[in-house]
Ligand binder design. Structure first.
Ligand code: ATP
Ligand code: MG
Length: 555
């Protein structure tokens, strides 16, 4: 990837903050981090955050850490750790040093908790979950102090150590920060710092039975790693108060170079969901086949569908960074991949709805091999061998008995078209079955039209694609539509009513022989049909449709 100079980039409010922090001398270099919870696969929204964190660090010659925010063992799995690393590398980013885990700081977090207790800033609370909710109050009503709020420092230390050594049951007590039960920010009403969970953790096994909450672990992890700019999504705006409170009250971290949190708006994509919980529901309820189902807006799903890393980075740049929540038009993502593949995808021919075309004046038994460019606008990509004979397949959609008007550019009786990379043909008659389905179309070809216009000057406007029948290879085509019917399915929790029942259409047809060795996940242009890539999870020749040639939604 080319490293772009920061001056060339459109600025955003995060770059403005960084520029100020560097020029005031607050920081000499910058460090960011991408902090996924290993509780699902990464999606296109995460890609926005990954690009923002990694590209910002790169542009300022700083560093970006990959840190797993693994403080909730009940929902986490090592499978997700592996997939997340793979997806980030595939997107083209290298994290700074080793992969980091919040769980490797559990000892330090524990010391910090004891420091807060010792300063009278945290206490062990024995209220039940229901009582805690009641005591918290509402946005309109201040909360009430827990009866345990004034427990002595000594007793709190004893209780907390007992929590750590497994002497209390799950849910029996929690460690809370002592801040302000009447704060207008609910998250500041004595938030929980630690809870008891008798769970085996994928990194620390059974070493711990108390686990820190996000609000406590996140700011400490940032500070331990020397992160300067902690970039997260807007829903954490209020939590910035607890982020600052925690660091300001700990001796090791209350420094002028401590990290600060900055929030940007998350990506919401039309006709998709970027909620990991809902994506997991789609998988668990078999609405899709897996996390990397090509219909999923996951990075692995997009990759399997033929999206390139460059197109996803380009999309992230196009949508920009702001503080306003919005719903992003899916056409922007589609145009990013279309623009990339238009330049890079090799051209090939595939017939998705085949019908036989017999060229009656072509010699029986002869198979001609022809040369076709791999990319008509880029000679450097070279050429490929295609075939031609008396029997070929064309698409059903490309033949009609009677042309509806003069503008019709495909094949019809007594009308001529050019077969892509081959000859001009004129349809003469056709066979159909009792239901009127066209079975075979017959035509004659003009042998003097290979690579040139008819010598008598007649104009042939239409071009259709084909595959020669004796060398044609059977293939399955998987054509995808939107996974959701509603543009904003996030609004509803009932997936069954918003899911598109026709999001996958399977067709069987033919591809040209050069595609027998097609590489998985590398998109080709099937001329006149769209971009397709070979499926990576199947041994057979199956092609996933990446995107059409044009934006059919905005036509
Ligand atoms: P969870 O509900 O499991 O916390 P999450 O979407 O917040 O889900 P994380 O793994 O915590 O998932 O996210 C890692 C990082 O990616 C966070 O900094 C988060 O703010 C960011 N992120 C998550 N979703 C989006 C999104 N839709 N757009 C932009 N950034 C996102
Ligand atoms: Mg999260």
């Amino acid at each position: 990837m080319n490293s772009k100079n920061k001056e060339e980039k459109p600025s955003n409010f995060i770059r403005n903050v960084i520029n100020e922090d560097l020029s005031s001398g607050k920081h000499e270099t910058i460090k960011t981090r991408f902090p996924p919870e290993p509780n699902g696969y990464l999606h296109i929204g995460h890609a926005k955050s990954i690009c923002l964190n990694f590209i910002t660090a790169r542009d300022y010659n700083g560093q970006c850490n990959l840190r797993f925010d693994d403080t909730n063992p009940a929902k986490e799995d090592i499978e997700y750790v592996h997939s997340i690393k793979k997806d980030i590398q595939w997107l083209g980013f290298d994290w700074n040093g080793e992969v980091k885990f919040s769980s490797s700081y559990f000892d330090k977090f524990y010391q910090c908790a004891e420091e807060l207790i010792s300063k009278g800033l945290a206490y062990v609370c024995f209220l039940s979950a229901d009582e805690t909710r009641e005591y918290r109050g509402t946005l309109k009503q201040p909360g009430q102090n827990s009866p345990d709020r004034d427990t002595s420092i000594k007793d709190n230390l004893t209780f907390f150590r007992k929590m750590k050594s497994g002497r209390f049951k799950e849910g029996e007590c929690v460690l809370r920060a002592k801040i302000n039960m009447s704060s207008s920010f609910m998250c500041m009403r004595d938030p929980t710092l630690y809870r008891i969970r008798f769970e085996t953790h994928h990194q620390t096994n059974d070493d711990w039975c108390i686990y820190p909450m996000y609000d406590f672990a996140h700011c400490l992890s940032d500070a331990i790693e020397g992160v300067t700019h902690s970039i997260c999504t807007l829903e954490f705006q209020d939590n910035r108060r607890i982020y600052d409170w925690t660091l300001e009250n700990l001796d090791d971290f209350n420094t002028s170079s401590r990290p600060h949190q900055y929030e940007f708006s998350r990506l919401n994509l039309e006709y998709a969901t970027t909620s990991k919980r809902k994506l997991k529901l789609l998988v668990d309820n078999n609405y899709v086949n897996s996390w990397n189902d090509p219909r999923m807006p996951t990075i692995s799903g997009l990759r399997r569908r033929g999206y390139t890393a460059a197109s996803i980075r380009d999309f992230s740049e196009r949508i920009g960074v702001s503080k306003v929540d919005s719903l992003t038009d899916i056409a922007i993502l589609e145009s990013s991949i279309r623009d990339d593949l238009n330049n890079t995808a090799p051209r090939t021919m595939a017939v998705i709805n085949p019908v036989k075309l017999i060229i009656e004046n072509y010699p029986k038994g002869k198979v001609e091999s022809l040369i076709a460019p791999i990319h008509p606008q880029n000679e450097k990509m070279g050429s490929r061998k295609i075939f031609f004979s008396r029997e070929i397949y064309i698409d059903k959609e490309d033949f009609i008995e009677v042309a509806p008007n003069n503008k019709y550019k495909r094949l019809a009786i007594n009308k001529e078209v050019r077969l892509r990379n081959a000859y001009v043909v004129k349809a003469t008659h056709f066979d159909s079955d009792n239901d009127g389905n066209i079975k075979t179309v017959y035509c004659n070809y003009d042998s003097d039209t290979l690579g040139k216009n008819p010598s008598d000057g007649r104009k042939v406007k239409g071009v259709i694609h084909y595959v020669e029948s004796s060398k044609a290879i059977n293939a399955e085509f998987r054509i995808y539509d939107r996974l959701f019917l509603a543009s904003n399915p996030a609004k509803s929790d009932d997936l069954s009513s918003s899911i598109n029942p026709d999001s996958l259409e399977i067709k069987n047809g033919f591809v040209e022989p050069s595609l027998a060795s097609a590489k998985a996940e590398m998109a080709y242009q099937f001329e006149r049909e769209g971009y397709f890539c070979r499926d990576s999870e199947s041994k057979e020749l199956i092609f996933n449709k990446t995107v059409g040639l044009r934006d059919k939604w905005n036509q």
